[in-house]
Design a protein around this ligand. Structure first.
Ligand code: SAH
Ligand code: SF4
Length: 436
């Protein structure tokens, strides 16, 4: 079979991004070539997200836009992979008859076979449900300084708003030896930083026979020679412990950045969300982080307008944000996801109300983020250089260990290196510095 050119459009979180790297790996191995223009591609894959309705609408919109291209080039193969594919299955083909395949989150490895079958006969193929992703797939990593490494797939938590457990299956940890081998391979490829991925990294290993937990895994990865920095995502405040904080303090490479999604600042809303902790518990974790690792940054995720959330509940969220003083918060309006418990809960909040709350929350957090950044003025920070800034080729960009984006002037050759930078200006989302 003649091998062609492919393009993958990625939507969603780091895990989705990393799935796309595995699809690329499979295609590269099969002799395909990546292109950046859809009109050059023989295969176009949408690696999708469905965590909120907005993502879903955007993706279907973009797939619809390819109708004309497909009409003019009937041999073009268009596929959908990832969370939306796993969620919608056959319905995705019904909705978009010009789609050729739908590939579920645990079925990435089926891609070469699907393409071969489509070369024989054109008919929509749906491959979803339980699969074999735990066996290692080839990875074509995107250029950059950060390599993503899965440590666990799926999630057991069933937060009442969240569709992830339905489209990613139950939690399955990878063997520590496999994780380590992949980290070493990434370092050998030249990546100075790894990000370990799991929906709830703090329950890593509970499903394995081998006695290993996330802290032990971090300690092992910390010993990988040549690696400079370790990040991880995501911690669940219910399973995150003081032992974790000490591990961050006592390892060399694990960065002093704690992303701890609170989701809401009202205890009754947290209970409806099925999060399994109280605000008091969360605040005690924040206190521990600040006392053990004083220079750490703390970031969070917050959903506003969960069903039943009333003004006083929202006020509690604002109060909590004020109390904690997060470095940054990723904020979302609640989006009902069919099949989840919250979608049929009473007291759904109107769109206007949700948007209004979101803008109040964002305004509060923007001021806090800016003040947190201003506190760094005059300090010297370690920056891992990522390359030229997106908006200005004269300027380099990189991140501090605390995950703050820093812009500074310097030679492009520093990309991938650790440098010291003096912070001279603070903005809400970024810092300006001078290379030392
Ligand atoms: N496993 C991670 C990430 C889950 S999805 C975690 O538990 O933190 C990333 C974020 O999307 C969540 O933290 C949550 O804030 C948001 N999110 C998930 N489902 C949502 C929904 N239905 N509506 C709005 N935001 C949602
Ligand atoms: Fe979704 Fe909760 Fe699992 Fe995160 S922990 S993926 S929010 S169910």
């Amino acid at each position: 079979m003649e091998q062609g050119k492919y393009l993958i459009k990625v939507f969603g979180c780091q895990m989705s991004f990393h799935d796309a790297e595995m699809l690329s790996g499979l295609l590269d191995e099969a002799g395909y070539q990546e292109v950046s223009d859809p009109s050059d591609a023989d295969v176009i894959i949408f690696q999708t997200c469905c965590v909120r309705e907005g993502a879903e609408r955007r993706i279907y919109g973009q797939i619809d836009e390819l109708r004309a291209l497909k009409r003019s080039r009937p041999n073009l193969i268009i596929g959908m992979s990832g969370c939306l594919a796993e969620k919608d299955k056959e319905a995705a083909l019904e909705r978009c008859p010009h789609l050729d395949f739908v590939l579920g989150t645990q079925r990435l490895g089926d891609l070469p076979e699907i393409l071969m079958a489509l070369a024989e006969e054109r008919q929509g193929i749906v491959s979803v449900g339980e699969g074999t992703n735990l066996s290692p797939l080839p990875i074509s990593r995107s250029k950059g300084v950060r390599a993503y490494v899965n440590i666990a797939y799926g999630c057991n938590n069933f937060c009442s708003y969240c569709i992830v457990p339905y489209v990613r299956g139950r939690e399955r940890s990878r063997m520590p030896g496999d994780v380590l081998a992949e980290v070493r391979a990434a370092v050998a490829e030249g990546f100075p930083e790894v990000m370990l991925l799991g929906q709830n990294v703090n329950t890593y290993g509970r499903d394995l026979d081998e006695r290993v937990d996330f802290v032990a895994l971090l300690q092992a990865v910390d010993k990988v020679e040549g690696l400079q920095r370790i990040r991880y995502m995501t911690s669940h405040p219910r399973d995150f412990t003081e032992k974790m904080i000490w591990a961050v303090k006592e390892t060399d490479k694990v960065c002093e950045h704690f992303h701890l999604p609170i989701q809401a600042g009202s205890d009754r809303v947290l209970e409806w969300m099925n999060r399994g902790y109280t605000t008091q518990h969360y605040l005690s974790l924040v206190d521990k982080v600040r006392s053990i690792v004083p220079n750490a940054s703390i970031t969070t995720d917050i959903i506003v307008g969960f069903p039943g959330e009333e003004e006083p509940d929202f006020q509690s969220t604002l109060d909590l944000v004020q109390t904690v003083q997060f470095d940054a918060a990723y904020t979302f309006v609640y989006s009902p996801r069919e099949g989840t418990a919250a979608a049929i809960m009473p007291g759904q909040v109107t769109t206007e109300e949700k948007k209004e709350r979101l803008s109040r929350l964002n305004a509060l957090q923007a001021g806090i983020s800016r003040r947190r950044n201003e506190a760094l003025l005059g300090e010297t920070v370690e920056v891992l250089v990522e390359g030229e800034s997106k908006n200005n080729a004269q300027v380099l960009t990189g991140r501090t260990r605390t995950n703050k984006l820093v812009h500074f002037v310097g030679p492009k050759g520093l990309t991938g290196r650790l440098v010291k930078v003096n912070v001279v200006r603070a903005h809400t989302w970024t810092l300006d510095g001078v290379l030392i």
